[in-house]
Design a protein around this ligand. Structure first.
Ligand code: ADP
Length: 485
């Protein structure tokens, strides 16, 4: 099958979270299954074109505010031969951030992602390469299914099926109604069965209505988003399309995330020879000036400092967490209040608490490798990757039973294949209840804790499983697009 991914984030070129992780990983596994997979993304200013090929013809991308001229660069996904096409327009994409800066979204995001979406389709025309399926991701590329059903319906691209993956329903691409003409689409599409929601443009809603099939990144999240509590105002739309909506748990790139070979961690280890983990633990204590104590578990958080991640709960529970006699390390960036708060705690508990405010992937690996437990108390969690990385590195998750956390972690009370500790209620008490259980097992039943660790490290989180399920989804989408639909 010819499969095109279009995304605003692809690791390692650009990423703010799980979306980039998925689009940087899944294509490799699909290529291994024999598919012709290609990717299209923007060329942000920091992406070097040194080892890329420049296509001679520029792309003229139609928008409602005139044609935007873009250069087209071609590279590959590292360590693969999967082509990645980069759409370059420096006025739109050569900026400090992906979507905004200093806490503010860029004012022209509708134009920027119109150009990415329409530019991707122009790239197919330019290459004469017509995918069977275009896999789009979140609001940033949700206009693609709309274009395919309208302005591109009778071109070569009209037969391409679309699959929309919702990585996070909390981000929908909302813009004021007066900006709608930027898309170049006719006003008829600005209605409640299309691109309009609550009196504004809503790109994700348009994508939900116009895609051939829709999926999210875990089965539990696929159910949750059809309820008013987790539907972010789009639950009705999603219920309308329930028959075409499914959940596929993300995998992780187990080649890159392998404690037995990871060059970023001070000592390698594996489930069957875990000794190196204790050395990683020791060196992480040293790196942050923490006092090493065999009875004091090292608890970490690696997260965007955003409300979704339950940082308000952690802030509220922090005194009581430290009263449990643990060591704590925070790695995160985001909300200014939280950056300041979690940074200020360093002087409150010297030798017991450390924090690094910022985004630092190599440090995240040293932390996954050196910690005993990780807190993931999310308000909601479509899939979540941190809990999978931490399990792979033998760090036990203490997490809320929602979305992909519920689908990937087995609670200590749920039998012999347990991998972590879950709580239901979004309260500081709920979080502490689960953490106390974890600390108690760590201190008083080390053999049981080691069993959990072994289970966690040997759980299969590889993409192979998910890549097979995605292939079935693509086949179904292709049949639907060219058959009855
Ligand atoms: P989300 O996509 O909602 O942020 P996920 O758990 O799906 O959450 O993915 C988060 C990814 O970002 C993981 O790969 C995690 O290791 C990484 N990450 C989050 N915060 C940081 C940080 N401050 N430094 C380095 N990596 C981070």
């Amino acid at each position: 099958m010819r499969i095109l991914f279009v995304s605003s984030e692809v690791r390692p070129f650009a990423m703010t979270g799980g979306l980039g992780d998925v689009t940087g990983s899944l294509p490799k596994y699909l290529a291994d299954l024999g598919h012709d997979v290609r990717l299209i993304m923007p060329r942000y200013g920091w992406i070097s074109t040194d080892s890329m090929k420049r296509h001679h013809h520029p792309l003229g991308v139609p928008t409602g505010v005139g044609e935007k001229w873009c250069a087209l660069w071609e590279g590959v996904l590292p360590e693969t031969s999967v082509p990645v096409y980069f759409i370059e327009n420096n006025e739109l994409f050569d900026r400090g951030g992906l979507y905004g800066q200093d806490g503010y979204d860029y004012g022209d995001n509708l134009l920027r992602f119109t150009v990415l979406s329409r530019g991707a389709l122009q790239t197919c025309h330019y290459l004469g390469w017509y995918p069977d399926v275009i896999h789009v991701h979140d609001w940033q590329t949700s206009l693609i299914p709309v274009y395919l059903n309208t302005v591109e319906r009778h071109t070569h691209l009209g037969r391409s099926a679309t699959v929309l993956t919702i990585h996070n329903l909390g981000y929908q691409g909302r813009f004021s109604a007066e900006q709608f003409p930027v898309t170049g689409l006719p006003w008829e599409l600005y209605n409640h069965l299309g691109l309009e929601a609550y009196g504004a443009v809503n790109l994700l809603k348009g994508g939900i209505y116009h895609s051939t099939l829709i999926n999210t990144v875990s089965p539990t999240y696929a159910r949750e988003i059809q309820t008013p509590e987790a539907g972010h105002g789009l639950d009705g739309v999603l219920r309308d399309r329930a028959a075409d909506l499914s959940g596929i748990l993300n995998g992780i790139d187990t080649r890159s995330w392998n404690p037995a070979t990871d060059p970023h961690i001070p000592h390698n280890f594996s489930a069957d020879s875990p000794e190196g983990k204790a050395l990683c633990r020791q060196s992480l204590h040293e790196e942050f000036g923490l006092d090493l104590d065999p009875k004091a578990p090292l608890v970490i958080m690696i997260t965007r400092l955003a409300q979704q991640k339950g940082i308000d709960l952690v802030a509220e529970a922090m005194e009581r967490i430290m009263d449990l006699g643990v060591r704590f390390l925070m790695l995160g960036g985001g909300a200014p209040w939280a950056e300041e708060f979690f940074s200020s705690l360093k002087s409150r508990w010297p030798g017991r608490y450390g924090a690094f405010i910022g985004f630092d992937p190599p440090l995240s690996r040293r932390m996954y490798a050196g910690a005993d437990m990780i807190l993931v108390p999310s308000r909601y969690e479509p899939c979540g990757l941190t809990q999978m990385y931490s399990m792979r590195y033998g760090t036990i998750p203490v997490a809320r039973r929602v979305g992909g956390l519920a689908d990937s972690i087995t609670d200590a009370d749920q039998g012999s294949d347990a991998t972590g500790f879950l709580f239901d209620h979004y309260t500081a008490d709920g979080l502490l209840w689960a953490l106390e259980r974890a600390v108690d097992m760590f201190r008083n039943s080390p053999e049981e804790f080691a069993r959990l660790r072994h289970n966690a490290m040997t759980r299969d989180f590889s993409w192979d499983r998910a890549a097979g399920t995605y292939t079935e989804l693509y086949s179904r989408a292709r049949t639907m697009r060219n058959g009855i639909r």
